[in-house]
Design a protein around this ligand. Structure first.
Ligand code: ATP
Length: 594
């Protein structure tokens, strides 16, 4: 077990004393407002999950809170359950509604999702909340537990719940679920390519967010005793949402500041004799200002500024992957085709892909043998990326089959293909820069990457240490990390989509050594799509050339690069080679290899 940092312990003790002192030292007016701020912070934290972490714009946090409150009101009328049990049931009641609201988010994004969730909040307010909360007409009070009957006691209960939720979210953010949320925010395709279901990741974010907001609403009943529906209207939701965005409620301190602002600014306006409705406008302006500097809000900016002043530090959670480098040099394996095992790792049989009138892939057959690196070349628009999309499950062919080992992948979605051991990289980098390299490889490993494996991968591709933040490395090094990450879950086949694009000559050479060693070192076959012909010539056991979605040459890299049809494809249909007068360069091999 790790020893607690004494500074953290001292700060925690000071905070507890300050909160307790405030609870018993302030007038009940201020304590009431402080309790409201804490409950608003709880609802801001729920926004932090679904928007701040998972990147989905859901404008109905107070609808979830309203369900929590309504449920407690109903239970208060119809049962004798203790208050805390009612609060828990209220929070749980919001979960299925959160999941139901999350369903449109599987297909709808951005402003469309915002409108849909806003409409949901409005409909719920009209259909349920405006009709009155159970027991409200008879002014039936929701009784507080005896230990929190006083205003200070109830304030401390709210603080305890907020702290518990904050700690739970901090723990989750270091685990797979938290990393999956941010992965979905950055790229849904990349998340699926890591082997994670985008559907369950999004729905989990909605479920957790609804639970937290429901908890806030349920606790509001104990604070107020009797509720009206006014507090759960869409405009109120917008105010909390914009405050949460402005302050960056993915972070605990951001949510706390949002809760304080959402409570005290309207109150200050009231004290000044100004309309309280000005407050949501102020929050909206602050949110716009914060978004102009990124989506992390004020808290994110403060953290970045403090981090920059302190210099490079070990990121939270990265200690899990701070490991010594693995022993042993890279041993490039023999590229002698005679030693290549003939068992297929991946087969493509009669695949056709059509985009409208464009036949991107036509009757394609391809076999990648186990223990080999297979190069796929072809001019722009030849169909290379489309083939990778077909293999990894992002594009469905109109005909044909993909078989991994002896398992046909018909209809298998992208994330399941990744789990079956078929992994891919992307042309554009899709790594979350907030992670450390080690955290990214662990996420990519889906529980199959231990420390030694991570160290081995970083060593194989000459990557920086695991504790290095992705944000701090250059684009070329990121490409190397991305290729290493595709191997983290110990797949049987990796598909590398132009991994050398944008690399320096030195990085490209480093990449070449790493890729050449993959089959022997990591027991994985490779399909390497590349425009860097030299890399293909030096890394690959076999190569296939495509043009207009068809195979035009296949064999060893030297054979393929010497093929006049390949030179013609790269140089245009009018080109001629010397043999039979059809290529001015005598094949790509003369231009590149020699
Ligand atoms: N989403 C799409 N919609 C319509 N046509 C597409 C789509 N994606 C690719 N195509 C077309 O399919 C053909 C193959 O494209 P693809 O991107 O697979 O080629 P490529 O060999 O990967 O090219 P590059 O080397 O430039 O990446 C091209 O004619 C391209 O215009």
């Amino acid at each position: 077990m790790k020893r607690a940092d004494p500074k953290v312990l001292i700060a925690g003790a000071v905070l507890v004393l300050a909160v307790t002192g405030a609870a018993f030292g302030l007038s009940s007016y201020w304590i009431f407002l402080a309790t409201s701020a804490v409950l608003n912070a709880l609802i801001a934290l729920s926004v932090g999950v679904v928007y701040g972490r998972a990147g989905m714009v859901a404008l109905c946090p107070l609808a979830f809170a309203g369900i929590g409150a309504w449920t407690v009101g109903w239970l208060n009328v119809h049962s004798e359950l203790p208050f805390l049990v009612m609060v828990l049931l209220g929070a749980l009641a919001a979960v299925p509604v959160g999941v139901a609201i999350g369903l449109p988010a599987l297909r709808v994004r951005g402003v469309n999702l915002a409108v849909a969730t806003l409409a949901f909040g409005g409909a719920l307010a009209v259909v349920v909340f405006d009709k009155g909360f159970p027991g409200a007409a008879e002014r039936r009070q929701v009784g507080r537990p005896s230990f929190a009957a006083s205003e200070p006691g109830y304030f401390l209960l709210a603080v305890a719940v907020l702290t518990a939720v904050g700690v739970a979210l901090a723990v989750v953010s270091r685990r797979s679920a938290g990393a999956r949320w941010t992965a979905v925010r950055d790229s849904e395709r990349a998340t699926a390519a890591l082997g994670y279901s985008v559907t369950s990741t999004k729905l989990l974010a909605f479920a957790v967010s609804a639970f937290i907001a429901g908890l806030g609403g349920a606790l509001l009943t104990g604070q107020l005793g009797v509720l009206s529906g006014i507090g759960f209207q869409p405009m109120a939701s917008m105010a909390v949402f914009t405050a949460a965005v402005a302050f960056g409620s993915a972070y605990f301190e951001g949510a706390l500041l949002a809760g304080i602002a959402a409570t005290f600014i309207p109150e200050a306006l009231r004290q000044l004799g100004l309309p309280q409705d000005i407050a949501p406008g102020l929050f909206a302006l602050a949110a716009l200002q914060a978004l102009a500097g990124g989506s992390d809000g004020i808290a994110g900016r403060l953290r970045a500024a403090i981090g920059a002043r302190r210099g490079p530090r070990q990121a939270p959670g990265s200690e899990d992957t701070d490991v010594p480098p693995a022993a042993g040099p890279i041993r490039p394996r023999s590229a002698d085709p005679g030693t290549v095992p003939s068992e297929p790792a991946l087969r493509v049989v009669g695949v056709n892909v059509q985009y409208g009138a464009v036949k991107a892939i036509q009757d394609l057959d391809l076999t990648i043998a186990q223990g080999t690196v297979h190069g796929l070349i072809g001019p722009n628009g030849a169909g290379k990326s489309t083939l990778i999309d077909v293999l990894s499950g992002f594009v469905s062919p109109v005909a044909g089959q993909v078989i991994l080992g002896d398992v046909p992948l018909d209809g298998v979605p992208a994330h399941r293909r990744a789990r079956h051991g078929l992994r891919r990289s992307f042309q554009q980098g899709r790594v979350n820069p907030e992670l450390t390299i080690g955290q990214y490889l662990m996420l990519s490993g889906r529980g199959r990457a231990d420390r030694r494996h991570v160290a081995d991968l970083l060593d194989a591709f000459g990557c920086p240490p695991a504790v290095t933040k992705v944000a701090s490395i250059d684009v070329g090094t990121r490409r190397l990390v991305e290729v290493a990450a595709t191997l983290a879950s110990r797949p049987s086949v990796v598909l590398l989509d132009e991994p050398a694009a944008g690399l320096s000559a030195q990085e490209s050479a480093r990449l070449g050594i790493g890729i050449t060693a993959i089959p022997e070192r990591f027991g994985c076959a490779v399909l390497l799509v590349e425009h860097d012909i030299e890399l293909v010539a030096t890394c690959c056991d076999e190569a296939t050339a495509l043009d207009f979605g068809q195979v035009i040459a296949h064999g060893t890299p030297a054979e393929v690069l010497a093929d006049p049809a390949v030179a013609r494809a790269y140089l245009g249909t009018g080109a001629e080679t010397p043999s039979g007068g059809s290529s001015p360069v005598g094949g790509l091999d003369q231009a590149v290899i020699s």
